[in-house]
Ligand binder design. Sequence first.
Ligand code: MF3
Ligand code: CO
Ligand code: CO
Length: 319
Amino acid sequence: MRHPHHSSPPVLAGAVSPIKTVPADIPRPDYAESGVPQVTAPDDLKKDIDTVERMRLAGSAARRVLRKVANEISPGVTTDYLDQVCHQACIEEGGYPSPLNYNGYPKSLCTSINEIICHGIPDDRPLREGDIINCDVTIFLDGVHGDHSETFAVGNIDQPSTDLIRITRECLYLGIGAVRAGGFVNEIGKAIQTHAEAAGFGVVREFIGHGVGEVFHHLPNIPHYYEPSARFEFASGMTFTIEPMITIGSPSANLWEDGWTAATSDLSRTAQFEHTILVRDDGVEILTLEDNEPQPFLASGGGADWPQTISTGTKNSQE
Ligand code: MF3
Ligand code: CO
Ligand code: CO
């Protein structure tokens, strides 16, 4: 039997290292000890200016942490090591790595390789030349979460994987470009699905974007596919993620026995990019950027290009 989408052997579960601790002086979210989130969605989804300002700082911290993680990506490096880098970098920012014990999740970072759609658990598997890996960082800093991810190439990757990563990144920014105060949430999925399918790719439906702030995941739901009935209306001050997961083959997901890792049902490759964003009267602000990066979706941004992707390390490269 031939498997046309497989450009590498399936990802297998590895050994997961012991749970890490966070220094006691770092403020932690309500689920850190019990594993169960207590606070639920706020009634008013519009954040006040104080919360927005804290989210800017959490967002830029998430971006810096992701840069540090990405800089370590190289063939031979384990995802457990990337998790360790993320964990330490969050602490150095004065924050708590939001995934740690969130509904019992055992690590500080999500590492999703090749056919893994999302929520891959870091383990002792070394990265291999030709892999693609999504690293998803969330930091809880000064009482709010900043949620950000990109997909990276490990060394040289094949052409379908290169195309998949490019299209997925474009889907994120086209999705952000579809957001406006007074607009509907379904305009995001429409833009994303149109672009993905024009490239021959699929859109995952089982995992969606989400409101974020003092609570890690709250309303509204942000589908990345076109859902005509999703007529939630955006208003200035709302903060949420857009995080499309795009597939070369089947977009349907299979959950591993660990209860977290989601793989494509046909083991074809998948990629994801994620930003946390803020709806404003003058456009959309990407919160998971650093201050010196352009804001292409603000009137004041003057039509800047989309933000640059984070670059990976060059440790084991031949140059
Ligand atoms: N960062 C992921 C998201 O984009 C959520 C990870 S939750 C975890 O929503 F428990 F899996 F870490
Ligand atoms: Co998210
Ligand atoms: Co995320």
